[in-house]
Structures are given as structure tokens and as C-alpha cells.
Design a binder for this molecule. Structure first.
Ligand code: GLC
Length: 512
């Protein structure tokens, strides 16, 4: 994929060596503080706090590390409990709409066989970007893609819905004009000569009632455009295209990024049965037997299987099984949609950096990190990007110099010790590892529910899986803890551009 990635594109380790003199100066400052405070009541609190700070300038306090670890670690037993609960929530969701898991029938009933061909338009609204693609399926499991990519700003995420869709239509117009062979006096008339089929990847919880009809259930990932919840998003898109003079485009498929990922990975790897997104948001789709989707009526007797969009981001919104700490609660409270998509808020790229930031601000208050205090930058919501975590986890320099660049140059913390930087790195590890383990628990549950422990491929797209250091290894470790030997038969593979190519393929399959 996809548009979800760019937020977390990660820099390579750069940085400069720390000068040892700086350590000496810093140590002296800490000692001074302790002595100065030693005469009044505040000293007692300060001493208590300082007693749990770094034991020296290079080693973080073991108590602090232990406390954080107990807040973020999820052991094998807990993972197994989560998996059991997950499977039972999946079953409930397939029977009725009264479960945390929405289990949305996607109306995609075929997987590609590689022979699909033709030219399709695909639109992709993920979390961070909007893309327009022209996808040429060659009929031999191959595709060529021409695309334009546009950032969706925070302002656009709050526009009235019609204006957001007008922006999409404008991007499509520009894209099609750019694609014309030579400048033409009336480009719209030229474009209108051709009938375009379009797959729309709309990566939000949508009640899909037909392959090209779906009603938005709720916004997440920072979107709040009015007039879209409850509306048929295909109709909104077609109306905007019409307003832009593009009535020759028909939206023939509405697609979630997870179903797009599953289908596009199956195009190249036929054993694929599960599609997962680990990016700005997180979610999973899989192949379910139609007889198990008991809430789905009007079944065509020829249909044996259907892709189901789990919307696993909303797993355990009742908060009965997944452990959550005060920082998770803070992040949930500070975002739109409090109490909703709480599983996603522990896992995906939009939230991980913010969890780390809340912890750091707290550690500054208790005197356990950054003796110079928190910078205004660190206090600013979302200033600690998930990309910083990636960069810090990738920092293997002796003095964690790249971590220092992030903290001192980008977040403007005036002084950090090696102990501070090690503490930040351990914290990133804890938060990153928990995310990987929880997503592995989701996959273990889906594969268990499908009865596919004897083997299947999971196509995974998104920046966390692709770019976050150790993420896939941590997932594999957790899968082994949960599934034992069977984990070896579950192949986790990087999928690419499910949202573009997948939408085109689903549009092609819809015509079969
Ligand atoms: C959010 C959306 C879901 C999407 C996921 C990944 O969880 O609700 O539909 O698949 O993000 O983009």
C-alpha cells in the first residue's frame, strides 16, 4: 500500500558522538539539585522521585523499567486468553451485529486466478493520503499502475463531506487530464468518450450491502467530515464525479483496504486467505464459508465463500480482555471516538507515538527522565511520531546518538543522558512489541477460526509491518507462543498495493 505509509517513513541512523564532558557537567547538575532540595518537605517528594531515577548517567532505573514493563508486557497466557475471546467474538459477529467485531460481509465471493485483465481506475482513501490510480491488469498475474498521491490535511478531514468528495473528484479530473496523450482543447469531452470502471477503496467501517453500495458506520483515523456517516459513500462519490463532469465513470466496486490486500496478494500467491493492514490503522479480512455467515441473507446457492472484513480495530471495545494502562486510556480520551476502536489504538501507527509521548511526559513529572524538563514540543499532542519510535529502535550506536538527535534536535529537549535515551528506547520497544504481539493474537484467532492451522498465507500491508524494526519477528515469536508448531505453517508475507491493485481486481471480479 498505500497511502498509509508515508507518515512513518523512517530515516536512517545519523547522529553524532556524545562528548564525555557533557556527561560530567550533567551529573554535577543532578547532584546539586538533590543537595539544594534537601531542607524542606518538597525534598522528601523530590528525593523519593530521584531515588527511582537513573542509577547513574548511563543506566536507567531498574524500578522504572520494571514498572513500565509490567504496564505494557503481554505474556503468553494473556495472549491465549485474547485469542479465545477473539474467536468467540468473531462467531458472535457472524451471527448478528451485536458484537464488538463487525464482521462485515464484503460481497467479494471469488479470489482472482491471475487471468483478470483490463484497465480500471482505483481510488484509495486510507488514513493519510488519497490516491488515484489507473491499473492495467495484464491477465498473467501482473499489473501496471499509474498513480497520483495527495496528502489529506487535518483541515480536509474536517470539511463537510460533499467538499471532501469534491476534492477527490478534482484529483481524478487532474489525473485523467494528465493521462491524455497530448494537450486537448476540451479534455473533459475527450475523457467522457470512454466508459471507466472504478474500484473505490474506502478504508473505514462501512456497512456493505452490495459490491458497490456501502454506508459509513463511523469515522476513525482522525476523519470527522459531516454528512457521511449513514450515507452510501458510492453515491457520494458518483455525485461528486458528476458535479466535476465525469459522469462516464461508474463505481463498480467498493473495497476495504484489507479485502483489497487479500485479493491482490492472492493474485500473486494463491494460498492467501487472510489480508491484514498494519499502518495508520489496523484491520483484517479473511475468507469465510458462506454457511458460517449466518447473519447474511439472500445467499446465492452457487456462492460457497465470501471475504469478511472483521474491523478488528474495534475488538474488545467492551474492555473485558485486553489489558490497558492509564496511558492507553489517556490516548483514547484525547482522540475522536473515545471508547471506540480501542484495539486499534493499542496497535496502529496513528497512536503508538502518542502513547510513548504520554509516558514520557509522566516520567518527566515524576523526575524519572530528562532532568531539564519536558520541552513545549514534547507537550504538544502527536509531536512524538511513530516514525521516531522506528528510528530509535533502529539506533544501535553505543551512545544512542540518533535517539539523541530525535530527542534533542527534533523534540527540543535541552539535555539528555545516556540513561534517558536508553529508557526512551526501552519504552519504544515495549510499546512496539505490544503492538506486534496483539496483532499476532488477532491473526492467530482468525486462522484458528478458519481451521487453517495446517497452513495458509497472510498478506500484510502497511508501514508498521514493512518498516518498523523487528515488527515481523515479534509477530512470529508471539504466533509461536500461541500456536506452537502450527505457527510454522502460517506464512506472513509483505503484500503490496492492495488498495490500488486490489480495488481494480475486485472491480474486475465483480464483472465475472
Ligand atoms: C480502520 C478502518 C478499517 C481499515 C483500517 C486500516 O480500522 O475502520 O476499515 O481497514 O483502519 O486502514
Amino acid at each position: 500500500m498505500t497511502s498509509n505509509n508515508t507518515n512513518f517513513l523512517l530515516g536512517l541512523t545519523t547522529g553524532i558522538a556524545l562528548c564525555s564532558a557533557a556527561f560530567t557537567v550533567y551529573a554535577a547538575t543532578v547532584i546539586n539539585n538533590v543537595v539544594k532540595d534537601n531542607n524542606n518537605f518538597q525534598t522528601i517528594t523530590a528525593t523519593a522521585a530521584i531515588s527511582s531515577t537513573a542509577i547513574n548517567d548511563s543506566t536507567p532505573s531498574p524500578e522504572t523499567l520494571e514498572r513500565l514493563s509490567s504496564m505494557f508486557a503481554i505474556n503468553s497466557d494473556k495472549l491465549n486468553q485474547i485469542v479465545r475471546h477473539f474467536v468467540s467474538e468473531m462467531k458472535k459477529g457472524l451471527n448478528s451485529d451485536k458484537s464488538g467485531l463487525l464482521m462485515i460481509p464484503s460481497h467479494v465471493v471469488n479470489l482472482p486466478n491471475g487471468k483478470e485483465h483490463g484497465s480500471f481506475l482505483a481510488l484509495d482513501l486510507g488514513g493519510t493520503n488519497f490516491r488515484v490510480c489507473e491499473v492495467l491488469l495484464d491477465g498473467h498475474s501482473g499489473a501496471r499502475v499509474r498513480q497520483s498521491k495527495h496528502t489529506v490535511t487535518d483541515e480536509q478531514k474536517a470539511l463537510p463531506g460533499d467538499q471532501l468528495f469534491d476534492f477527490f473528484a478534482q484529483c481524478v479530473t487532474n489525473f485523467l487530464i494528465e493521462g491524455l496523450a497530448s494537450p486537448i482543447t476540451n479534455p473533459l469531452a475527450e475523457i467522457a468518450k470512454r466508459h471507466w470502471r472504478l474500484g473505490f477503496t474506502f478504508s473505514f467501517a462501512t456497512n456493505q450491502v452490495a459490491i458497490a453500495e456501502g454506508y459509513l458506520i463511523l469515522w476513525n483515523k482522525g476523519f470527522s467530515n459531516s454528512g457521511v456517516i449513514g450515507a452510501n459513500v458510492v453515491q457520494l462519490l458518483e455525485a461528486a464525479l458528476k458535479r466535476a463532469g465525469l459522469a462516464s465513470i461508474t463505481v463498480t466496486a467498493l473495497v476495504n483496504d484489507t479485502t483489497g490486500t487479500l485479493v491482490s496478494h492472492a493474485y500473486v500467491q494463491p494460498s492467501t486467505r487472510v489480508g491484514v493492514i498494519l499502518g495508520t490503522g489496523t484491520n483484517c479480512a479473511y475468507v469465510e464459508k458462506i454457511e458460517n455467515i449466518t447473519k447474511y441473507k439472500n445467499v446465492d446457492p452457487n456462492v460457497k465463500e465470501m471475504l469478511v472484513n472483521t474491523e478488528w480495530g474495534a475488538f474488545d471495545d467492551e474492555q473485558v480482555i485486553v489489558p490497558r494502562n492509564k496511558y492507553d486510556v489517556n490516548v483514547d480520551r484525547s482522540m475522536n471516538g473515545m471508547g471506540k476502536y480501542t484495539f486499534e489504538k493499542l496497535i496502529s501507527g496513528m497512536y503508538l507515538g502518542e502513547i510513548v509521548r504520554f509516558v514520557l511526559v509522566d516520567l518527566v513529572k515524576t523526575g524519572e527522565i530528562f532532568s531539564a524538563g519536558a520541552s513545549p514540543e514534547l507537550k504538544m499532542p502527536h509531536s512524538f511520531e511513530t516514525a521516531f519510535m522506528s528510528r530509535i529502535e533502529r539506533d544501535h550506536t553505543l551512545d544512542l546518538s540518533d535517539t539523541r538527535t530525535v530527542l534533542e534536535n527534533m523534540l527540543k529537549i535541552s539535555r539528555t543522558t545516556l540513561a534517558d535515551r536508553r529508557l526512551v528506547k526501552s519504552l519504544c520497544e515495549l510499546v512496539g512489541k505490544r503492538s506486534a504481539r496483539l496483532s499476532a493474537a488477532g491473526i492467530a484467532a482468525v486462522v484458528t477460526k478458519m481451521n487453517k492451522l495446517d497452513g495458509c498465507t497472510v498478506g500484510i500491508d502497511g508501514s508498521l509491518f514493512e518498516l518498523y524494526p523487528h515488527y515481523s519477528n515479534r509477530m512470529r515469536d508471539a504466533l509461536r507462543e500461541i500456536l506452537g508448531l502450527s505457527a510454522e505453517y502460517i506464512v506472513l508475507e509483505q503484500a503490496r498495493d492492495g488498495s490500488g491493485q486490489g480495488a481494480a481486481l475486485i472491480a474486475a471480479l465483480a464483472e465475472k
